[in-house]
Write a protein that binds this ligand. Structure first.
Ligand code: NDP
Length: 293
């Protein structure tokens, strides 16, 4: 039986997207500036196609300039780099996103490293990683930003909270830990070699699950009243039906936690909304304009 507050990521995302649309309208009216996001898709991965389509639609709906560039699945690293260079040089493009994963023959670190850090709305460039980890203004990866916005809304001041991030990837776990540290949490960054993961989780006021293992984090790993943010997206089959589940056993955890994000409808919608937010931030910084409220 659920007792936790269910954190409605869809509603949060709708609010954030409405705010971004207002900011875009203000930038157009006051500065003649239309933020622009360009997405490069290499190959025909079906999940990537859906993500790119959704990003394009959301960008367009926010009133921004939205472009998608498709390269064939046998594209060379040089071809992708040439497109990145063209977009780096285009002043109407404020954000560049290369949809991952890239085909094997493309040197992904070289491509991500070639994006102008000021236009790196995914926040994967080492310059942005360095800025984030030294507490400076960075472009921060969208998923952790979305998690933090929801957390701050639910918990308020995070100072002194014990937080555990389960998963240490460059795109979710590590930047999430850096953001929580910046909020003065005491942060544990756990991974596949962590000893006694249930015990580590039980000490935490905040649990962020970014593992990619269906329902791995059980209800009895959660401290009563804790806030649980589930980043995981896992496709499983149950009772003959295909289903999306998170990294947290939702029903069990919801009976113990104070608040929890569902999957779907939690972190996922916030990721795209934060991409729009990052694009506005990038456009303002590139034009030395204060970000509208
Ligand atoms: P990665 O596969 O890159 O990283 C997974 C991490 O989980 C690794 O650090 C790994 O540890 C750790 N891990 C794996 N098994 C265990 C275990 N048994 N115990 C503890 N830690 C473990 O995944 P991502 O960070 O890219 O993604 C994580 C999840 O989040 C996925 O389900 C993905 O689909 C989802 N996701 C959702 C997004 C959204 O918008 N909602 C956006 C991005 C991702 P080690 O480093 O030791 O191998």
């Amino acid at each position: 039986m659920s007792q936790a507050t269910i954190i409605d990521g869809k509603a949060f995302a709708a609010d954030l997207r409405a705010t971004v649309a207002k900011q875009v309208a203000t930038l157009q009216k006051d500065h003649g500036l239309t933020p622009g996001l360009s997405v490069i898709l290499v190959g025909e991965d079906p999940a990537s196609e859906v993500y790119v389509r959704n990003k394009g639609k959301a960008t367009h709906e926010a009133g921004m300039k939205s472009e998608q560039f498709r390269l064939s699945s046998d594209a060379t690293t040089q071809a992708v780099l040439a497109k990145v260079a063209e977009l780096n040089a285009d002043p109407t493009v404020h954000g560049i996103l290369v949809q991952l994963p890239l085909p094997d023959q493309v040197d992904a670190p070289a491509v991500l490293g070639a994006i102008d850090p000021a236009k790196d709305v995914d926040g994967f460039h080492v310059i942005n990683v360095g800025l984030l980890n030294t507490g400076q203004d960075a472009m921060v990866p969208c998923t952790p930003v979305g998690c933090l916005l929801m957390l701050k809304h639910v918990v308020g001041d995070l100072t002194g909270k014990r937080a555990i991030v389960v998963g240490r990837s460059n795109i979710v776990g590590k930047p999430m830990a850096a953001l929580l540290l910046k909020q003065h949490c005491t942060v544990t960054l756990a991974h596949s070699r962590t000893v006694d993961l249930p015990g580590e989780c039980r000490r935490a006021d905040i649990v962020i699950a970014a593992v990619g293992r269906a329902e791995m984090i059980r209800g009895d790993w959660i401290k009563p009243g804790a806030t649980v943010i589930d980043v995981g997206i896992n496709r499983i089959e149950r009772d003959g039906k295909r289903k999306l589940v998170g990294d947290v056993a939702f029903d069990e955890a919801a009976a113990v936690a104070g608040a929890i994000t569902p999957v779907p409808g939690g972190v996922g919608p916030m990721t795209i909304a934060c991409l729009l937010k990052n694009t506005v931030t990038a456009a303002c910084r590139q034009n030395a304009i204060a970000e509208p409220a």
